[in-house]
Design a protein. Structure first.
Length: 270
């Protein structure tokens, strides 16, 4: 107890305040809550058994037809050190709760540098670690735009850190939409009509992952990639791959996270 209130009571007050401040976000958070409860039931009956691949990065390069060892690797290591140190001490330490990790960051860096996408869509931003990595890669490419959809976290210490990893000077190629992917993705998909890279890192319920993957896969250009984080959460990615017949790679997140992410590639020509 600090200041007379328990941590749980303070969290309850923060959540109540957030709900009153923005009724549309409150509705999206409520929908998320219902989906999480439904997902708990589904998770028990649908547990995937992936074999994380030790050579996942080399395999990804082979599937992309990109040079190996990767010539863009040293630039990523330098960028990553900067991403982590730039988060500073204003919010939670790097690697906690919502933050992405270096393995997924590296996969996204290589995908953007090697496939040179024109349109990238991501769901789930939080502090924007993946957004920063992809925007830096687009900047090096000298072309392309990132469209991000994020329902900001309900907890104040995370909500106030929204997009903190993305410096103002890097935002000219960025369109950021606040709210759930259910609210924004169908319209964005209709507006863009084709996309070269899609990254799911929002709500990892099976229903939401299926919704996002099946909405975006038809829009992916030949040779485009779909990336999903936390694929071990449920069977959605595994059944999506089985149904689409896409070539895929499953990689391990780094030691700060210990989950898995998946990359599915659309055949270059159909
Ligand atoms: C795991 S974090 C994303 C981490 C981020 N990709 C990064 O690079 O650090 C998940 C984010 O998705 C948001 N989110 C949760 N449900 C969502 C939904 N239905 N639609 C869009 N964003 C959602 C969370 O509030 C949070 O900001």
């Amino acid at each position: 107890m600090a200041g007379g209130l328990s941590r749980r009571a303070r969290t309850g007050i923060q959540v109540g305040r957030a709900l009153l401040e923005d009724p549309i976000q409150a509705w999206d958070w409520a929908q998320n809550g219902l989906e999480i409860v439904r997902g708990l039931r589904e998770r028990r009956t649908e547990t995937p058994s992936y074999m994380p691949e030790g050579d996942w990065l080399e395999r990804l390069h082979a599937l992309l037809g990109a040079e190996w060892p990767c010539p863009a690797a040293p630039d990523f290591s330098e960028l990553w050190d900067d991403v982590v140190s730039s988060l500073g001490s204003a919010g939670p330490g790097y690697g906690e709760r919502y933050d992405s990790d270096a393995s997924l960051g590296r996969a996204l860096w290589c995908l953007v540098r090697h496939t040179k996408p024109t349109r990238v869509v991501e769901t789930g931003v939080a502090r924007g670690i993946n957004s920063r990595v992809m925007l830096e890669a687009l900047e090096v490419n000298g072309a392309g735009r990132l469209y991000s959809i994020d329902l900001p976290p309900v907890l104040e210490e995370w909500r106030t850190q929204s997009r903190a990893a993305v410096p103002a000077g890097l935002r000219s190629r960025w369109t950021y939409l606040t709210g759930s992917s259910r609210r924004h993705l169908p319209r964005l998909a209709a507006d863009l009509s084709t996309v070269d890279l899609f990254v799911h890192d929002s709500l990892h319920s099976a229903a939401n992952m299926r919704f996002e993957m099946t909405t975006m896969w038809p829009l992916l250009a030949p040779g485009g990639a779909l990336v999903a984080d936390d694929v071990e959460s449920n069977g959605a990615f595994a059944s999506f791959i089985a149904g689409s017949g896409a070539a895929s790679v499953v990689g391990p997140q780094d030691v700060t996270k210990r989950g898995l992410f998946g990359v599915a590639l659309k055949p270059a020509s159909r």
